[in-house]
Design a protein around this ligand. Structure first.
Ligand SMILES: *[C@@H]1O[C@H](CO)[C@@H](O)[C@H](O)[C@H]1NC(C)=O
Ligand SMILES: *[C@@H]1O[C@H](CO)[C@@H](O)[C@H](O)[C@H]1NC(C)=O
Ligand SMILES: *[C@@H]1O[C@H](CO)[C@@H](O)[C@H](O)[C@H]1NC(C)=O
Ligand SMILES: *[C@@H]1O[C@H](CO)[C@@H](O)[C@H](O)[C@H]1NC(C)=O
Ligand SMILES: *[C@@H]1O[C@H](CO)[C@@H](O)[C@H](O)[C@H]1NC(C)=O
Ligand SMILES: *[C@@H]1O[C@H](CO)[C@@H](O)[C@H](O)[C@H]1NC(C)=O
Length: 414
């Protein structure tokens, strides 16, 4: 009877707190971004390093208002490094630190101010507001660092509205499911700034090692078309499907590399800052869209299914089939919220395709609790459940199907 009552679905518990943009690390909120003046004069390179220790860049200035904001922070009569680097004496060659364009649209150079022969780095004179080319190493200047705003949270690594939580090594699937349970995702990287931030965290948390990121190299030649930012090392031979950033000596900092999905690496889960996720699972009543169906029609992710049960609890004599699909070229992740079956009378069989003729992922019996996850290599999965119903002490299974980006590790580059 207890088995019957305990047969409930579990979901992570989410509660959102009031969301006001804030700044971390003692930065000051200035018109929706976070700025901080560092008084000790340093070379441009060392100034960049100080900023990057906070996951920040030297300040970027996109219009005259932002120029005034920087000046307002600084003592008068100073030159202050800004996050601009000019390859040539030409505004289109002056690139901002956040990798989001050049100074063509707005610049504070006075005539003659831009001269890459004087230096490729740039300072702003906080009295006049004008910018000038400055030698990157010969001069030491004060500087202003810039961070994006985020939301209040007790997490240690709070950046741009997200918390990044380090974890000890797991396989890619293990990492993926761990992060789901924490109301987050395996950390994705969507901008140059985020790439810098995550690489910095990785080199602190996991020096000289690989760290999984939430991206998978699509089968053979190309990154997924829905990547909006990509930093694969062009010289790296892409032999595996999963993607890591790496502090290994043979690798270049900031670039991405492929790694075996089954090998275990450290990783970061990324979740919205200001969300409280009850790490333990909260038990809630069965959601109405989950039914004890057998032979349901085609199932489209996200969805859940559970084994049929007899009135007394336990599984009844039955044979059921489930055909699961997802859209596009995504793969299907089958995560068990419960798996408790007779070791020989009940069995669940999962195929990597749309019928029992597809290749077998596995046949499962016995107890796994919620410690089992399976993935398809394509966008179809076929599942059968067979029970002799001879024993009423087993609660059966509850599985959730979600889509995710996964190319089989068997897909190698030719
Ligand atoms: C200056 O640029 C920032 C960032 O692009 C923008 O939010 C702001 O509205 C701009 N201000 C003016 C006066 O153009
Ligand atoms: C900044 O500009 C002011 C006014 O043009 C000038 O007098 C001053 O020498 C400049 N300061 C520096 C540090 O270059
Ligand atoms: C489910 O479908 C299979 C194959 O069509 C059939 O053998 C089985 O009896 C069905 N199960 C139920 C409970 O209808
Ligand atoms: C069910 O019972 C049959 C006959 O006793 C047996 O062959 C089979 O292995 C049992 N298990 C399942 C999962 O069908
Ligand atoms: C599976 O293969 C058999 C034999 O090749 C064939 O008769 C059957 O139609 C196939 N079933 C499906 C669902 O494709
Ligand atoms: C079910 O479990 C109970 C207690 O664990 C045990 O006493 C009983 O024999 C079991 N029933 C069957 C049919 O195995």
């Amino acid at each position: 009877m207890l088995q019957f009552l305990a047969f409930l679905l579990v979901f992570p518990f989410l509660a959102s707190a009031a969301k006001e943009p804030i700044c971390t690390h003692g930065f000051t909120l200035v018109k929706n971004r976070c700025l901080k003046l560092f008084h000790e004069p340093l070379s441009h390179k060392n100034a960049e390093r100080v900023c990057s220790n906070f996951g920040a860049t030297l300040v970027t200035i996109r219009n005259s208002t932002e120029n005034l904001d920087v000046i307002a922070l600084s003592n008068k009569e100073r030159n202050v490094w800004i996050g601009l680097f000019c390859l040539k004496t030409d505004l289109s060659s002056c690139l901002w630190d956040d990798s989001l364009g050049s100074a063509e649209k707005y610049s504070g150079f006075e005539s003659e101010g831009l001269n890459s022969e004087k230096g490729r780095c740039v300072t702003v004179n906080t009295t006049s507001g004008y910018w000038s080319s400055t030698h990157c190493e010969k001069k030491a200047n004060m500087f202003v660092c810039e961070l994006p705003t985020t939301f209040e949270d007790t997490c240690q690594h709070n950046y741009n509205g997200f918390c990044y939580i380090p974890h000890s090594p797991k396989s890619f699937i293990g990492a993926f499911t761990t992060c789901e349970k924490e109301c987050g995702e395996l950390a994705s990287i969507n901008s140059a700034n985020e790439n810098r931030y995550l690489n910095t965290l990785a080199s602190i948390f996991s020096p000289n090692e690989n760290v999984f990121i939430g991206a998978v190299w699509q089968s053979f030649h190309a990154p997924r078309s829905d990547w909006n930012y990509e930093k694969m090392d062009p010289l790296h031979e892409r032999v595996d499907a999963c993607v890591v950033v790496s502090g290994e000596r043979s690798k270049v900092w900031g670039y991405w590399y492929t790694a075996d999905c089954d090998s275990k690496h450290k990783f970061f889960c990324k979740r919205s800052a200001g969300l409280k996720c009850n790490g333990d699972f909260e038990t809630v009543t069965v959601a109405p869209w989950i039914s004890y169906t057998c032979n349901s029609s085609l199932i489209l992710t996200p969805a859940s299914v559970s084994s049929p049960r007899s009135q007394a609890g336990g599984t009844e004599r039955s044979y059921c089939e489930y055909q699961v699909f997802t859209t596009g070229s995504n793969s299907i992740l089958m995560t068990f919220l419960n798996f408790d079956m007779h070791p020989s009378d009940d069995e669940l069989t999962v195929y990597d395709g749309d019928s029992a003729n597809s290749s077998l992922i596995g046949t499962f019996s016995g107890k796994y609790g919620n410690g089992l996850s399976l993935a398809s290599s394509g966008n179809k999965m076929f599942v059968t459940f067979r029970s002799n119903g001879t024993n009423s002490n087993w609660s059966g299974f509850v599985a959730r199907f979600t889509e995710f980006y996964y190319a089989s590790p068997m897909n190698k580059l030719i």
